[in-house]
Ligand binder design. Structure first.
Ligand SMILES: CC(C)(COP(=O)(O)OP(=O)(O)OC[C@H]1O[C@@H](n2cnc3c(N)ncnc32)[C@H](O)[C@@H]1OP(=O)(O)O)[C@@H](O)C(=O)NCCC(=O)NCCS
Length: 245
């Protein structure tokens, strides 16, 4: 499962991108993922060809060893390694965030890739009862569900979900991939880092900053800034340490 979530996030625990080491899952189990990818997407008319940025080597497509032909001979270890590198080097920063967040957001990432590969721009889905202020802005792939509201001056990134009856007040800045669950509310000028999750009915008070990858528990009232990848619950919201319970 860990690997399916990370469909892409790969490498020997770290990968270097723009002179920076990035987090990634270890390669140990990648052969199972490679096997699945090659069977599903590795044919000559799919990712098993030179023209693809995600280029898969294996039984049904490109072969590393010239003595091997498509359709015969099992995938070699060198091909598994090549697939590992191919998957890893695509959008490494995005993949790192998927890995760092335990896979959260991977489904949306996969869906957006699926659309992009077929030449579609991810659409914005907006329920007729959702309200988005005329001077608010948002990226692609966002979803505004019934009775949700995005107020004046708010700026939302890509693939943000504003779920049923959730609201984002004036001048908030909401990063890519953030999910506001049903009834969650951000007061004015709140900043929420990418891929954070705001649980059902949570309230974030004005000008609070939420770090990337944070989780705000259902019903929490957030009165203080929340660090990256931190989980908070309760009223007032406090750090949630599962191991202390
Ligand atoms: C905070 C949260 C992420 C923790 O999840 P978890 O690690 O699986 O936690 P558990 O369900 O195992 O609960 C562990 C403990 O925390 C408590 N707890 C869980 N969520 C809580 C919350 N939001 N506020 C206060 N306490 C909470 C539980 O009562 C339990 O307490 P106990 O150990 O005394 O019995 C989760 O409970 C939450 O709030 N998720 C949001 C759900 C949501 O809004 N979904 C919307 C989908 S659209």
């Amino acid at each position: 499962m860990r690997w399916l979530l990370a469909l892409a996030a790969v490498a020997a625990c770290s990968v270097t991108s723009r002179d920076r080491a990035l987090d990634a899952p270890p390669p140990d189990d990648f052969r199972y993922v490679s096997d699945m990818l090659v069977k599903r997407c590795g044919s000559l008319d799919c990712h098993g060809q030179d023209g693809r940025s995600l280029r898969l080597h294996g039984k049904f497509g490109l072969r590393l060893d010239p003595a091997h032909v498509p359709g015969y001979n099992k995938d070699t270890l060198a091909e598994v390694d090549a697939n590992y590198a191919a998957v890893l080097t695509l959008e490494p920063e995005v993949l790192e965030s998927v890995h760092r967040d335990g896979g959260r957001g991977a489904d949306r990432l996969a869906r957006m890739r699926w659309l992009a590969a077929r030449g579609y721009a991810p659409v914005v889905v907006r329920h007729p009862s959702a309200w988005v202020a005329s001077d608010a802005s948002h990226g692609v792939g966002c979803q505004f569900l019934a009775q949700s509201a995005v107020c004046s001056g708010a700026r939302l990134g890509n693939a943000v979900i504003v779920n049923t009856a959730a609201s984002i007040d004036h001048d908030c800045i909401i990063g890519d991939g953030v999910h506001f669950a049903p009834g969650a509310r951000a007061a004015g000028e709140v900043v929420v880092g990418e891929n954070s999750f705001v649980g059902c009915g949570a309230i974030i008070l004005p000008r609070i900053r939420i770090g990337a990858g944070a989780t705000i528990g259902a019903g929490a009232v957030v009165t203080k800034d929340v660090g990256p990848n931190q989980t908070v619950v309760g009223n007032p919201a406090r750090p949630f340490h599962q191991e202390d319970r």
